[in-house]
Write a protein that binds this ligand. Structure first.
Ligand SMILES: C[S@@+](CC[C@H](N)C(=O)[O-])C[C@H]1O[C@@H](n2cnc3c(N)ncnc32)[C@H](O)[C@@H]1O
Length: 212
């Protein structure tokens, strides 16, 4: 349904995706970005205002949905950031190997269709001492909440255009070649528990991880 995806869903994400508890985490982690930054699935640009523009030389803002890019361009005007939009999926990052200091993903690894390929792409573009900043939704440790996450996933997968409620993102990051540097976790925001279990923090490359 291209009309829903391009015109309704972007406004849903814009309105629902930044309540105060989520914004507080964004304020805590996004200023850690520095140098050449790649943000995947920037959506309506909710993170843009939280970057420290004195530390960010350039922000590659990857987003495949043109409706999202239209909203993100409005946010861009509120910042001094040097932003280049890349209208590509995160599984096909058109940047050179080892060229990026910081990769940012907030609520994108929980949405992106091919997360394993996306993680390999992030590892490929990161410099050896590069950092991933993440804030993602996913599988609760509570079995009762997991039960509801499994039941509700198909509906939310449609409503939020690909959102998964049952991914264990930290485990996938570690399997893919990242090593956690710092991580917080818990139910964030006033949404039902099935929709609000999150992890946030930073990760670096495991030593010896291969650039393909
Ligand atoms: C839940 S929204 C999060 C938006 C934003 N990062 C935020 O924190 O508010 C998920 C985003 O992932 C994007 N997305 C979906 N498939 C993608 C893909 N294959 N590659 C990159 N981004 C994708 C969507 O268009 C959407 O903007």
């Amino acid at each position: 349904m291209p009309f829903y995806k391009d015109y309704i869903y972007p406004y849903f994400v814009d309105i629902l995706g930044d309540p105060v508890p989520i914004r507080k985490v964004r304020q805590q982690i996004i200023p850690l970005a520095q140098g050449k930054v790649l943000e995947i699935g920037v959506g309506s640009g909710a993170n843009f205002v939280h970057y420290d523009s004195t530390k960010v030389d350039k922000l590659y803002a990857l987003e495949p949905n043109p409706g999202m890019i239209r909203l993100a361009e409005r946010q861009q005007r509120k910042t001094k950031l040097n932003i280049e939009f890349l209208d590509l999926p995160g599984e096909r990052i058109a940047l050179e190997d080892g060229s990026i200091d910081t990769v940012v993903s907030t609520f994108t690894l929980c949405t992106i269709p091919s997360i394993v390929d996306a993680i390999q792409g992030l590892i490929r573009v990161l410099k050896p001492k590069g950092k991933l900043i993440f804030f993602e939704l996913g599988l609760s440790p509570d079995s009762e909440v997991q039960h509801w996450q499994k039941r509700l996933e198909p509906f939310h997968h449609w409503l939020f255009q690909g959102l998964y409620l049952t991914r264990d993102i930290p485990a996938l990051l570690v399997q893919g070649g990242f090593q956690m540097e710092q991580m917080g976790a818990g139910y964030v925001a006033q949404f039902p528990k099935s929709l609000s279990y999150c992890w946030w923090g930073t990760a670096i490359l495991q030593s010896g991880v291969r650039h393909s």
